[in-house]
Design a protein around this ligand. Structure first.
Ligand SMILES: [Zn+2]
Ligand SMILES: [Zn+2]
Ligand SMILES: [Zn+2]
Length: 379
């Protein structure tokens, strides 16, 4: 029989005997993974047509002319066919070669996992079928078996089942360790992410306690990555806060020009009182800047380093002067007067101002706005 690869062309030597595919609905995600699944509520999940699937299942269930006895833990025996096991798994093929059985029947042992997990594993080698419930119960065992006996299509299936819902806070530590052992990088990444997201819950599970004892180094590494993640989060928050400050400064700059150039219609010209029942001005900082300008005009301590409000006003005026694209036609007070001060400024202070200006201009990528310098300008 010519082999038709519907379980993935990459693994022709270890693919189970596969009958030709039948047309039928297939779930796109399985397509991508190289598996096609005809959902059937009666006989579980499988990648071949119903009749063929039933035939292979019947062969396994009935054990017709079975020539291998597979011994499991707790005295279990599962009968199977050497040609199928050998074709499905290169490791089983090797074991069968070495096996010396009674008469024509060979025997091998698969131990360390429950008998039923071995049965589900072998059934999959026949028909690529599994019952949903059994998959849920034995997915970790099946992952190990697929790795040990080199059955990549089952390994892929187990990874996919875990990724799509069987991974839980309870089993994530076990799955993580298995994914490292079984070389399943995508799955280990997902586990890692899940552990970081809910570290408190995960670190109180039984699995974590066991890992702490059996793999203390791994446990330490995970603790470290949690700390790194926390630090990263803090840095991101710091950066956001910083951006917020620069954005506010930018808005203050806009409002300052708007007030001095247009006079704000909402709050009235600078020498009139604020109007109560006006719609808000489109410049968010307008009201705040306006009252600051009002204070500045009236304050007796109007010197740099005088009162806190005036100090702020001086800073805003200086920042404006450094941002202003056209000092000659600008109506912001003292816009041109800072030039002299800027020339005399010491290098350290000057550098601070330059960085501030750059950051403010970059907040909105406002380069070339109507009254500010380009964001890319070098000062
Ligand atoms: Zn306004
Ligand atoms: Zn003042
Ligand atoms: Zn100006």
């Amino acid at each position: 029989m010519e082999r038709t690869d519907i379980v993935g062309k990459q693994f022709p030597p270890v693919a189970p005997p596969v009958p030709p595919p039948l047309p039928g609905p297939a779930t796109p995600i399985y397509h991508r993974l190289g598996l096609m699944i005809n959902e059937s509520p009666l006989r579980g999940h499988c990648c071949v047509s119903t009749s063929t699937r039933n035939l292979w299942d019947a062969l396994f269930d009935g054990g017709y002319r079975a020539d291998v006895a597979v011994y499991t833990d707790n005295g279990g025996v599962i009968f199977a066919h050497a040609n199928i096991l050998g074709m499905a798994s290169p490791i089983l093929k090797g074991l069968l070669k070495q096996s010396t059985g009674l008469g024509r029947r060979k025997s091998i042992s698969i131990r360390g996992v429950p008998r039923d997990a071995v049965r589900v594993f072998i059934r999959f080698l026949y028909s690529s079928c599994y019952e949903k419930e059994e998959m849920r119960e034995f997915v970790l065992h099946l992952l190990v078996l697929s790795q040990v006996y080199v059955v990549p299509q089952l390994k892929r299936l187990c990874e996919q089942q875990l990724e799509q819902g069987l991974l839980t806070l309870e089993n994530v530590v076990d799955v993580f360790q298995l994914s490292l052992l079984c070389n399943a990088p995508r799955l280990s990444l997902m586990c890692h992410r899940m552990m970081l997201q809910d570290f408190k819950a995960v670190s109180s599970t039984e699995g974590w306690k066991v890992m702490k004892k059996s793999h203390p180094v791994l446990e330490k590494e995970l603790q470290l990555s949690v700390i790194e993640e926390e630090n990263g989060k803090k840095a991101r928050i710091r950066k956001l806060d910083e951006q917020k400050i620069y954005l506010e400064l930018y808005e203050a700059m806009e409002a300052l020009v708007h007030i001095c150039r247009d006079g704000c219609r909402t709050i009235g010209p600078h020498d009139k009182d604020l109007k109560e029942n006006q719609t808000p001005c489109k410049y968010t900082a307008c009201k705040g800047i306006e009252s600051l300008v009002r204070h500045f005009n009236g304050c007796r301590l109007r010197v740099p380093g005088g009162c806190i409000h005036c100090k702020r006003m001086w800073q805003l005026l200086e920042l404006h002067s450094r941002l202003c694209a056209d000092s000659n036609n600008c109506r912001v007070p003292l816009c041109g007067n800072f030039r002299e001060k800027i020339r005399k400024q010491n290098k350290k202070d000057e550098m601070k101002w330059k960085i501030l200006v750059k950051k403010v201009l970059r907040t909105k990528r406002i380069g070339g706005g109507p009254f500010f310098l380009s964001g890319n300008s070098s000062f």
